[in-house]
Design a protein around this ligand. Structure first.
Ligand code: PLP
Length: 455
């Protein structure tokens, strides 16, 4: 019998002999105990709650590989249905039975696919016009998610970024257009900006781009990164135009594992029509009783997430999704209002566009404070919460903010507990006679480099 208490977990090499499964289980399980409880992790956008039937369904499919479509053809059919449902949520004009789209492991893969399609379309256009295919570029704001940096580096695309600021907290359409030229493969606005929770104004961008394209003949399209907003706006603000109702929106990506309400490992990308999906990226299978187009960077991938997504569509329906998203919005707005009323904080924006928001230390309060938002993050961690403090992206990198992401499973009661914990932490900070270490670092930097955290 292995004495579990004396067992050292392997770090470098595989142990020579195995041990009993229950002991191995416990060793691995014990490693996870000091981690944040997923429900209290307000840093993540990713689903931390699904109901028992969803969990059962996904667990039962844990050994199914999505790519084995001959063996599991119904999974592929359900995947196609999910793409259809999502395309229709985003007001696709495509009339064919199976809409042009793809499943990804997350928004990152979905964004990459949208980006690659834009790059290949641009290359085809250059070739057709007899122009050189070098130096493609992509335009977005400085508040891009890191996947766009990865895309640009991996595919050798120049990244052009429009700075965001307190005056222009989202992508400025006019400035974005100024950065475009004949080598621009697409503009990427974000609905549900990772850093702020706000929405870039896609409608305004589309309007200005339409004029620009008419004048130049460049036909630059828009890929909307709707990692969070893609499953919020259709339910919360259906009248708000950001999707395929806009002429130049040729592709949209989202995370099924964020507000699509599925556990981690799921993203979606949809094209306006098959003609915007380059043939080199697609292969068709015809053994499913229909022609289903398949696109992806990965080959093998879990089928369970697709089943979870399709289950959620059936289980919640449109009204159910609306209810879940409205509850998250209401709780985010409730926290936003309470935080905004605390004298030590200022909300970044008056509006809450998606169920997340950020705030910073009030400018006046900051002058005499003996603590920083990093201290607050650490204090909240002691009660189990993960509420991240971070510096804003390039162009606002001197500003430290804190963010709360509200997801299904966060109740009003939990919000009150969090707000209570924030208030208590602030009360304790206000009793401090001396500045905290993080405050001292901040002041040292301020002395050295001038004002560090601008507001
Ligand atoms: C706007 C945006 N795009 C892309 C991503 C990447 O998403 P994923 O983690 O699903 O790959 C995120 C993740 O937070 C995001 O917020």
């Amino acid at each position: 019998m292995t004495n579990a208490a004396l067992y050292s977990a392997p770090v470098e090499e595989m142990p020579k002999m195995g041990i009993e499964p229950e002991v191995a289980y416990q060793i691995v399980k014990d490693e996870t105990y000091p981690q944040t409880q997923p429900k209290l992790n307000l840093a993540t956008f990713v689903t931390t709650y699904m109901d028992d039937y969803a969990t059962k369904l996904m667990n039962e499919a844990v050994n199914v590989n999505y790519i084995d479509q001959t063996e599991y053809p119904r999974v592929a059919v359900m995947c196609g249905r999910c793409i259809n449902i999502i395309a229709n949520l985003w007001n696709t004009p495509e009339k064919s039975e199976w809409k042009a789209g793809a499943v990804g492991i997350g928004s990152s893969e979905a964004c990459m696919l949208g980006g690659v399609a834009a790059l290949l379309r641009w290359k085809a256009k250059c070739k057709a016009e007899g122009k050189s295919c070098s130096k493609p570029n992509l335009v977005t704001s400085t508040a891009f998610q890191v996947v766009w940096e990865k895309f640009c580096q991996l595919w050798d695309v120049e990244m052009r970024t429009v700075p965001i600021s307190l005056e222009h907290p989202t992508l400025c359409a006019e400035e974005a257009i100024k950065m475009c030229d004949q080598n621009t493969i697409c503009i990427v606005p974000v609905v549900g900006v990772t850093w702020t929770g706000l929405n870039d104004d896609v409608e305004e961008l589309d309007k200005q781009l339409d004029k620009f394209n008419a004048k130049t003949g460049y036909n630059i399209p828009i890929h909307v990164d709707a990692a969070s907003g893609g499953f919020i706006l259709p339910f919360i603000k259906p009248e708000y135009k950001w999707d395929f109702r806009l002429k130049w929106v040729w592709s949209i990506s989202t995370s099924g594992h964020k507000y699509g309400l599925v556990y981690p490992g799921l993203g979606w990308v949809v094209w306006r029509d098959k003609k915007y999906l380059p043939e080199q990226m697609a292969f068709s299978v015809n053994y499913l009783g229909a022609n289903i187009t398949q696109v992806g960077l990965n080959f093998s991938r879990p089928a369970a997430q697709i089943l979870g997504q399709y289950y959620n569509f059936i289980r919640y329906g449109f009204e159910g999704y609306k209810q879940v998203q409205s509850a998250s919005m209401d709780i985010a707005k409730y926290c936003h209002e309470k935080i905004g009323k605390m004298k030590c904080f200022t909300n970044y924006s008056n509006s809450v566009d998606n169920p997340l928001f950020i705030w910073y230390m009030d400018k006046e309060y900051d002058k005499t404070a003996k603590w920083t938002l990093y201290d607050l993050q650490a204090a909240l961690q002691q009660s189990g919460w993960m509420v991240p403090a971070y510096t804003m992206p390039k162009s606002m990198e001197d500003m430290v903010v804190m963010r709360v992401v509200v997801r299904q499973g966060m109740t009003k009661d939990m919000a009150d507990m969090l707000l209570g914990d924030i208030e208590n932490a602030v009360k304790e900070f206000e009793k401090l006679k001396y500045p905290t270490a993080s405050r001292l670092t901040y002041e040292k930097r301020e002395k050295q480099f001038g004002k560090v955290f601008t507001h």
